[in-house]
Design a protein around this ligand. Sequence first.
Ligand code: ADP
Ligand code: MG
Length: 317
Amino acid sequence: MASEFDLIARYFTRPTRHTTLSIGDDAALISPAHGMELAISVDMLVAGTHFFHDADAYKLGWKSLAVNVSDMAAMGANPRWATLAIALPEVNELWLAEFSRGLFACAEAFEVDLIGGDTTRGPLTISVQIMGETPTGKAIKRSGAKVNDDVWVSGTLGSAALGLAHLLGKTNISANELPVFLDALNAPTPRVALGLALRGIANSCIDVSDGLMADLGHILKASNLGARIELGHVSCHAYLREKLTDAMHQQCVLAGGDDYELVFTAPKSQRAAIHQLSQQLNLPLSLIGETTHKSSLEVTFNDQKIDLSKKGFDHFG
Ligand code: ADP
Ligand code: MG
């Protein structure tokens, strides 16, 4: 049977791009470029809590890194280095090969070096720590929003939540329409190019991991502001608007997590620059509202105020 070291060599050791000393010693060595500061974030994914035990291993590998890369995007940082701590219930080399393939597909796509980690036996748990670089003082923080900033969101929201609702048996999507929603849930695309381009444009930024309301709420709390947003301006897959009840559509778009789109605020003077960015990146950027002096988040749908307290925004229980 393969030893721990064989497994690490086989599945987790790949050539690196920006690393002085990688896997194999007691610690890795890295040197951030001159004038850059490190952005560091860690996430833990627990089987049965954050993903299904039978989740596709390739996509799980992709997502384990992608959610961390997304945190770098949200800071306007360039993702560079990651470490992986993994607990495995058994040595299943087929599973490891697929997980590793997915992880390194994401690492390649975003030029991240895997530089270390820890491998142990236990209930399937995956923790990735990521480090990125951003010019000193230029990271985009949650706390930077100003009153009367525009509120923007990238891409479409609600697709991942709808995929999850299907897997939980709360809705039934036909087989031909399902893949787009399952992919949104299982293989999200972190918005790195957008995050980097927003340095100097956005006043604040966050990635949508817990849902638009919750995550925009974090910006507002950190910036001591409120906001008014119009649900009709938030892009979503046509299926959500056309085939779901209003309540379900609202639930997915406002409270659905796991989309990993970016929500950001920017001065109104940046509108032209942001529209241009959208063209350049071939990524829809929707202007969904503005920040206010109040401390509350007000949501309208076709200009009618939505009573959020009655909706039971419960992440599908
Ligand atoms: P130590 O005993 O010093 O903690 P380990 O024996 O746990 O080191 O790990 C050996 C080397 O392999 C280290 O460089 C460590 O960072 C790396 N490593 C261990 N597990 C993983 C993993 N899952 N992914 C990437 N690198 C790993
Ligand atoms: Mg160890």
